[in-house]
Ligand binder design. Sequence first.
Ligand code: C2E
Ligand code: MG
Ligand code: MG
Ligand code: MG
Length: 279
Amino acid sequence: RAKDEGGSEHCQYEPTLHVHAEERRKLEASLRHALERDEMSLNFQPVVDANDETVVSFEALVRWNSEEHGFVGPDKFIPLAEDTRLIIPIGTWVMEQACIEACNWPSHVRVAVNVSGEQLIEPDFASTVIGALSKSGLEANRLEIEVTESIFLRDANVARAALEQVIALGCTVALDDFGTGYSSLGYLRKLSFSTIKVDRSFVQGAVQGSAESLAIINAVVAMAESLEMSTTAEGVENAEEAEFIRKLGCKKIQGYYFGRPMPAHDARQIFVREGLRRA
Ligand code: C2E
Ligand code: MG
Ligand code: MG
Ligand code: MG
């Protein structure tokens, strides 16, 4: 294992590297049993219409409460799951649970599920989606798949073909964290995305007076409009930011201001408050 991490001679002189690998090995061993031990759960974060502030969808966000490691954030275990292929069973579980929960919501409310590139290039990705839809009874048009631009870096054609299959089923695809990493406008032509999600860093930047961030949001909104795509601003944390973003023309807003990621039970209470019942 140490050899994989950069050569055994390295390890002798840099014990921290070894500790790091050991830590990772332990995390991986625990992650391998997380599903069967029932340690995974989903939180749901509301996305609201920028104009009337009603909930239009929830994004499903996976949580891991490990017996050995306590709460581990997705930013830490998702990359590990991707490296070890554990993202395949975990992703399938997330997809199913998200679809099952969405059946408890009013029928105009959709659910968004994050999908990694590793999942998309599995030959049976579309079958996984079909399975989750039929098992839950959720209509395909209520499921949105969220992907990042990174899926186009490797096996781009395979990933695109997989997404086209689920679009054919009636699902929609959103481009997540837009503007971070490997952004290229060319990616927007590769698929009919329904929504572009503007990364939180631009929202925060624009509110704090960054001319670059503001220019990028304006450009994304204009481009999305001409391509008949919707826009969601991520990471809106207060009323001032919400108003600012609404004026820029973003169609939907997601962020702590309108609701943090919350357990399924709490998400359902939002509809009780909005006076909506399951349709
Ligand atoms: P993401 O898909 O961009 O999800 C949004 C992240 O921003 C979430 O972090 C959410 O809690 C956080 N967030 C939302 N509103 C605000 C805000 O107003 N302020 C701040 N500071 N943060 C906000 P989370 O839940 O830690 O997830 C991190 C990332 O992990 C996600 O980013 C997504 O890329 C990945 N992830 C989460 N669940 C899954 C999953 O089921 N499958 C896959 N493949 N990836 C997942
Ligand atoms: Mg997302
Ligand atoms: Mg995002
Ligand atoms: Mg993100």
